[in-house]
Design a protein around this ligand. Sequence first.
Ligand code: GLN
Length: 491
Amino acid sequence: MTDLTKLTAVEIAGLVASGETSAVEVTQAHLDRIGAVDDRVHAFLHVDTEGALAAARAVDERRAAGEELGPLAGVPVAVKDVLTTKGVPTTVGSKILEGWRPPYDSTIVERLRDAGTVMLGKTNMDEFAMGSSTEYSAYGPTRNPWDLERIPGGSGGGSAAALAAYEAPLSIGSDTGGSIRQPGAVTGTVGAKPTYGGTSRYGLVAFSSSLDTPGPCARTVLDAALLHQVIGGHDPRDSTSIPAPVPDVVAAARLGATGDLTGVKLGVVTEFTGEGAEPGVMAAFRDAAEALAKVGAEIVEVSCPNFKYALPAYYLIAPSECSSNLARFDGVRFGLRVGDDGNRSLEEVMSLTREAGFGPEVKRRIMLGTYALSSGYYDAYYGQAQKVRTLITRDFTSAFEQVDALISPTTPFVAFPIGSRTADPYQMYLADLFTIPTNLYGGPAISVPCGLSDGLPVGFQIMAPTMADDRMYRVAAALENAVGTLTPPAL
Ligand code: GLN
C-alpha cells in the first residue's frame, strides 16, 4: 500500500477526490507519523488530533454528498504557532502566551478550513518569530530531519521540519526577515514569502508589522503554489492587505514545470556572490544557475549596492516595531500573570510578568527597539534605517528594469549544529543576510532546494517584483524540474 505521508498535496487531494482513499485515512496516517517521529524532531507544539479527525470526517461527508471539493480538500496542513486558531493553543513559542486559547481564527486559518484542508496542529518556532534556528523557542528546539544534531532553521523551523520529516505535506510559515525561506533552505523544502500585503496578517501575532508576511511551505513548488492560492488575496480586516486578486501562481508553477525559460532574464546579485557564503553553498547555487541557463534563461549580473546595509537596517526597524507590538503583553490581557498577590502595583506585576514571560532574545530586541525609538536617537537610528530601506527599494526597482527576477543562494551556510551560534547574536543574524532585502522592499521571494553541500541541503532564492509572485513560481518550478527534489534520510 502507498505510504500516504510520502505523497505530494496534489496526489493526496487527487486520491481523496476520487475516493481511492479518505481524508480520515490520510489524516490518521500523518497523526501516526507524528506519533512515531515527533519525540525526536519536535516540530509540533500542539497536535490537534480530535480537531483534525473531525475536519477530515467533514471532508469525507461532503464528498459522499456529491459536493465539489477544492484542490486541497482533505490535505493535512501544519500551522506555525504564530497564527491564532480558535480554541486551539497559540503560544508564539513564548511562555508569556502559554495556555492561551484564542477566541478567533486568523484569516489564513479560516481560509485553510474553508478550503477543506485538515489542520494537524501548531508548529514550533523561535519565540515571537525572532531567530533563525528555533533554539529561541521557550519550549525547546526543533531538530533538522537531515541531521538531528542540527538546526532546522528559524523562526519557522517547526513548519519546515514537519515537511522534511513527512509529518505533514503542507505547512504555513511567516516571514519577517527570512523565516519561511531560510528554514526551507536548510531542510531541503520549498518556502515562499508572498508579496507583503498579499497574504493577510489578521490573527498573525505581530512581530514587525511592516515586514510580517505569512506564506506557504511545501515539498514541491506546485504544492506551495496551490497553498498560496488558497491563503492569499485581499482581506478587509488587514489594513495593509492589497485589494487585488492573487497572481495566478498555480498556472505559473505549471508553466515552469514544462521546463522552458526562454526569454526569461535572471540577475545574479553581485553583492551576494562570495564573501560570507560557504564555498559549497556557492557551488550548488552556481550549478543550479547553470541548469537554468541550459533551459533557456539568460543570466546576467546585477549590482544592488545598498543590499549590504539591509541587515543593520533590519535590526533597527524590526526591533523598533517589536518594542511597540509587544507592549500589549502586560499580564493583564493575555496569558501569563506573575506576582499578582494583591499587594503589588500594576507596574510591578507587569514587570514581573514580562521578566518571567519573555526569553533573552525577545528582551534584547525590545530594549534595542525602545532605544532606537527614544527621543534624541530616533533620527540617528530608526530614521536612518528607514532611509536605507528606501535605497534598497530603489535597488530592487532598478534591478527589475534590467531583469525579470533576481537570484541568489537563500542562506550563506547550510544547517549548523545546535548550540553553535547562540552565544553570539550577530552570528545568528547572519543567517538572513540574503533574505532580508526582500522584506525591506516588500516583494515576493521563494527558496527552492538546489542540491547538497557537505550532505546538507542548499536553497536557491528567486526574488521578483511586488505582485509578480507568479513570476517567481515559474522560475522555481523550472529549477525544480531541472535539478529535482531532495529526499531526506529516513528517520
Ligand atoms: N531571523 C530573523 C530574525 O531573527 C527573521 C525572523 C523572521 O523572519 N521572523 O528576526
